[in-house]
Write a protein that binds this ligand. Structure first.
Ligand code: AVJ
Length: 318
């Protein structure tokens, strides 16, 4: 037993998930440096329609969206939860700057690498914009932010990141988020819409195997950071989509009976065909989104769609 090992939240969550029945891992841990890179490739692959659909919305309708927020009177504060590489947000930020001349942008993301990248690239792409990157968990970072800002806020939660929660969890999340907001603040949320089930399943089962590699990378990350000895080749990527619930779930299936040993001597046993539940990517109907807003205590203001109605960015007011 190596006594120098510290109990990181990553270690605690991984061991808790792999000791549970059924076994699970948390999808927020996909995004290490390699995971960021693979997700970048997923966003550009032909099957993953979500990013292109939302980019279309933001590139064509950012002006209309900001008009519905009252034109962002005065200098603005835009906060983004799960900012990622900001490639779609720039459309909105550029438009907000054009309308106001100045403003502050607070990207929050669990990946320190992506926050560094954003801070470096945005100031040159959008002169006049103050960028305050925050790397960490959403609510911990919002806590830090409260000390920084008094201005009215527009909070962005784009890219169907909300899909990584089940509808019940999403309602609770939005209720908790409200405690960080004030009346008159706005929230813009990106939801992937229910559609042809095959289109959805293909987006999580691309031909190039990028999504498979993205899932297996979490096992490799566990090997790298927790000294485990997962053999990724002994796990199969298995996504399913249930058109009734709208839940697209990804599993890794153990191909054989096997055990994995960690550097703290923990042993995790897998039966042949045992699944690890990796991620949910929840899909919604327009009615379900409306109901979610009301349940969480927001006033639905407007909804923006791409031309094929695959995806929606909805604007809610506190
Ligand atoms: C970043 C959470 C929106 O669920 O569609 C992409 C992550 N997982 N392919 C999604 C993901 C597999 C993605 N989100």
């Amino acid at each position: 037993m190596n006594t120098t090992l510290v109990d990181s939240p990553f270690r605690t969550d991984v061991l808790q998930g792999l000791s549970a029945s059924p076994k699970y891992l948390l999808s927020k841990y996909f995004y290490d440096a390699r995971g960021d890179e693979l997700f970048g490739q997923i966003m550009r692959c032909p099957e993953y329609y979500l990013t292109r659909a939302e980019a279309e919305i933001l590139s064509l309708q950012s002006g209309a969206i900001l008009e519905r927020c009252g034109g962002m009177q005065g200098s603005f504060d835009i906060v983004e939860l799960g900012a990622g590489d900001g490639s779609k947000t720039v459309f909105l930020l550029r438009e907000a700057l054009r309308m106001q001349g100045s403003g502050r942008y607070y990207p929050i993301d669990i990946s320190p690498g992506i926050i560094n990248y954003l801070s470096q690239t945005l100031s040159t792409k959008l002169p006049g914009l103050e960028v305050h990157g925050l790397a960490g968990e959403y609510f911990a970072m919002l806590e830090q932010m409260q000390a920084l800002t008094e201005s009215p806020k527009l909070v962005l939660f784009l890219g169907a990141t909300v899909g990584n929660m089940l509808p019940e969890e999403a309602a609770e999340f939005f209720q908790q988020l409200k405690t960080y907001l004030r009346p008159g603040d706005y929230l813009l949320v990106g939801f992937d819409l229910k559609k042809n089930p095959q289109t959805i399943l293909d987006a999580y089962n691309d031909k190039e195997g990028l999504t498979k590699a993205f899932n297996l990378n979490l096992l490799q990350r566990i090997n790298r950071e927790l000294g485990a000895d997962f053999k990724p080749g002994q796990f199969e990527h298995f996504p399913v989509y249930d058109p009734l619930s709208g839940s697209c779930k990804s599993y890794l299936i153990s191909r054989c009976s096997q055990r994995v040993i960690f550097d703290d001597d923990t042993v995790i046993e897998f039966e042949r065909d045992e699944p690890i539940y990796m991620e949910v990517s929840q899909k919604y109907s327009k009615t379900e989104i409306q109901a979610l807003a009301l349940k969480a205590g927001y006033e639905p203001v407007d909804a923006f769609f791409d031309c094929r109605h695959q995806f929606t960015d909805v604007l809610w007011r506190v």
